[in-house]
Design a protein around this ligand. Structure first.
Ligand SMILES: *Cc1c(COP(=O)(O)O)cnc(C)c1O
Length: 577
């Protein structure tokens, strides 16, 4: 597949041109910038990368700040028993980014830790250039332990994680000042970046004789005017938090902890709470998610800006060729895709078969499983974790095999589990058992090491994109949007973004009914019934009807579930207010 990631020229990267007209800084622990840069793990990072690519298309005045993650997240290997083995996944910044001369320090425990930014520049074929700063502690002046702080994305224990968040939030803020940026708005992508708001708070400490009795010496109002917080976590347990003992040990005499307890919670420093308290604009990533968050944190105003995907990144070249020809302005103004329902059906089907052929080749090369492009492929790929129920499709293997006798189909799966998520790894092993059990009945393949490259081949190549989260735990989800852009039909529990995009039998199908918190068995039954009675018969008996749905999915979903629309909303409603 042709690359949409323009070849970088690090020697031409200079920060000067960005300084005067950049007013917004977007902080994210992870960012999927390009496949060779292993600075992301999954959905959150892909969203940040898509966000940055849209900023570049739209020439928005934003600088991005993230960690360099020299050893990456993890490279996934699956052993003979179906168990995930994790390897480091290093990458070489020298080939892709440029070290800048600025350096800043922060005191962590007893030592000064120095941080240097590297510059990566996103170049949009239709717009401008967007700077990304990658923060790095691997410097000669640092203690050997501190040089490792920016190695492993989401690696290590609480202490390692808090050190990373100190580097991201506190050093990120200081790097921007050291470079000469004049930032007015800080956007926190998830709670990991909340320490930047804390460092701003320190900046705006009021002289003690200006503080009324009982009032905070910190000018919280001033910080709130500058901070925007996007939360992504719909469960309390998912929020990042640290013990105050740890905070005081790593940041001695940094800030008045008693004042922070009032903001971030009495028992733990809850990063979501901290970010909520210090941000004047807070949003969830879909309507349903904003409602859930509002219930979890009454007393705050939680708005909704539904996520999107960067269309040129996620369109298979067979589809971008069609869009370039029929809707030349789609990259800048994706709403023109609303007319995709008028495209000639054979054009759409032919493009789909090209994308599907690429997937069939990949599966055959990687897993040695032969799939038939004339039979439907069901795809499922995302982080392997219990709430997403990756094994729900395999609840009743006999039933699944019976359905496939009437209507043959094939399944492709992928996804990594976090190294500490034993249940997630158990699901991967479970899937490999099901693959064995279904051998000779249903072709099923698990593509190891799910990443940008695999996603860009897998998602556009399937006929049906499956999603089975426990509602309301899927904050948004984005991979279904990538599928729809390529004519893939979503079959999903009504949760996250799908609540907004679903029109039954038009853009895809629901599994069960809205608001149903069905037990696994009940949800599996809905899934089997829909596959057997609706989805597969349509594929085999009414191909014209199927293609009509493909075109409706492109027209109704891709035209609005994209990061162009999402960033225009952030720019108009969050950054300018
Ligand atoms: C899009 C994407 C995700 C996000 O998937 P969800 O649908 O949000 O679960 C995760 N990983 C990769 C590699 C992706 O491209």
């Amino acid at each position: 597949m042709a690359s949409v990631f323009s070849p970088p020229d690090p020697s031409a990267f200079t920060i000067g041109p960005f300084l005067a007209h950049t007013h917004v800084a977007y902080f994210s622990m992870e960012m999927a910038l390009r496949p060779e840069m292993h600075t992301y793990s999954g959905g959150l990072g892909v969203l940040a990368g898509d966000t940055a690519r849209s900023c570049s298309d739209l020439e928005l005045p934003v600088v991005f700040v993230t960690l360099i993650s020299r050893k990456g997240y993890l490279r996934q290997e699956i052993d003979k028993a179906g168990w995930q083995i994790e390897h480091p996944d290093p990458w070489d910044p020298h080939k892709l980014a440029m070290p800048l001369r600025a350096k800043v320090a922060v005191q962590i425990c007893e030592r000064e830790v120095w941080v240097r930014p590297w510059l990566y520049v996103i170049t949009s074929p239709i717009g401008g250039r967007t700077p990304v700063l990658l923060l790095d502690t691997d410097l000669d002046e640092n203690h050997p332990d501190d040089r490792r702080i920016t190695d492993h994305l989401y690696g290590g224990d609480d202490e390692y994680r808090l050190k990373q968040e100190i580097v991201l939030g506190i050093c990120g803020l200081r790097v921007l000042s050291a470079l000469g940026f004049n930032v007015r708005i800080y956007h926190l992508n998830e709670g990991h970046a909340a320490l930047l708001a804390l460092d701003l708070l320190r900046r705006y400490t009021r002289p003690i004789d200006h503080v009324a009795l009982g009032e905070s010496k910190y000018d919280v109002g001033r910080v709130r005017e500058m901070c925007i917080f996007t939360t992504h976590t719909p469960v309390e347990a998912g929020h990042d938090r640290f013990s105050y003992d740890l905070v005081e040990r790593l940041l001695p005499e940094y800030i008045d902890i008693n004042q922070i307890r009032i903001l971030a919670g009495d028992n733990h420093m809850n990063m979501t709470r901290l970010a909520l308290q210090l941000s004047g604009y807070v949003n969830g990533v879909a309507l349903r998610h904003a409602e859930t968050t509002q219930r979890m944190f009454p007393g705050y105003r939680i708005r909704a800006i539904t996520n999107g995907v960067h269309l040129p990144t996620w369109a298979h070249s067979a589809f971008s060729d069609i869009y370039n020809e029929h809707f030349p302005s789609w990259g800048h103004e994706p709403s023109v895709l609303v007319k995709a329902d008028q495209l000639p059906s054979d054009l759409v089907w032919t493009a789909h078969m090209v994308a599907k052929g690429d997937l069939v080749d990949l599966v055959s090369r990687t897993c040695g499983v032969r799939m038939d492009p004339d039979k439907p492929i069901i795809g499922y790929a995302r982080r392997m974790t219990s709430y997403k129920r990756p094994e729900l499709l395999f609840s009743d293997l006999e039933r699944l095999a019976q359905i496939s006798e009437r209507y043959p189909f094939q399944i492709v799966l992928a996804g990594k589990a976090h190294p500490h998520d034993e249940h997630g790894k158990g699901h991967i092993q479970g899937i490999h058992r099901h693959i064995d059990a279904l051998r000779d009945k249903i072709p099923v393949a698990f593509l190891p090491d799910y990443d940008l490259d695999i996603a860009r081949a897998l998602v556009p190549g399937v006929d049906v994109w499956l999603n089975t989260p426990v509602s309301p735990l899927e904050a948004s989800g984005t991979s279904g949007m990538k599928a729809a852009l390529n004519g893939g039909l979503n079959l999903s529990v009504l949760d996250g973004w799908w609540v907004e995009a679903h029109i039954e039998g038009v853009t895809g199908w629901a599994i069960g009914e809205d608001g149903q918190h069905g037990a696994n068995d009940a949800t599996a039954e809905y899934l089997y019934a829909k596959l057997e009675n609706v989805v597969l018969p349509l594929y085999y008996n009414d191909r014209a009807g199927w293609i009509t749905m493909m075109k409706a999915a492109i027209s109704k979903i891709a035209s609005s579930f994209n990061t162009q629309r999402m960033m225009r909303r952030y720019a108009a409603e969050a950054y300018l207010c």
